[in-house]
Design a protein around this ligand. Structure first.
Ligand SMILES: [Zn+2]
Ligand SMILES: [Zn+2]
Length: 122
């Protein structure tokens, strides 16, 4: 019984240690993640072409990359192509990040996200 009580008294130190461990693990994860963010920044700058690969209009370091078309597109061509090809794997890309796009997410001329409905004819 004495042993049990002393274990109870010791107990609060156990979660404290675990929390610290968890914190340092989180810190490590963040360090890893920060490396990835930096890498993708450097990669993206090199990977975004200067021009839309369909209409050749200038891209302001922002593009929609389509894995299916294997092209970087401006907002306009992206909508033209992908409003009728909803199953293409598209990704928004700028110098800071990449984001997978839903089939109904498109952009206006200022690269603001817009949602467009589309019809599937059966
Ligand atoms: Zn274009
Ligand atoms: Zn595509």
């Amino acid at each position: 019984m004495d042993k049990y009580q002393s274990e109870l008294r010791d107990e609060p130190t156990i979660p404290a240690k675990t929390w610290q461990e968890r914190q340092s693990e989180e810190q490590r994860k963040w360090e890893d993640e920060r490396g990835n963010v930096l890498n993708s920044f450097v990669e993206n700058v090199g990977l975004i072409p200067n021009n839309c690969q369909k209409c050749l209009s200038l891209l302001p370091h922002i593009a929609v990359r389509c894995r299916s078309c294997k092209k970087h597109l401006c907002w306009k061509c992206d909508f033209e192509v992908h409003s009728i090809e909803p199953f293409h794997l598209r990704c928004f890309i700028n110098t800071e990040h990449q984001k997978w796009l839903n089939p109904n997410t498109f952009f206006d001329k200022d690269w603001n996200f817009i949602m467009k409905g589309y019809f599937i004819f059966m």
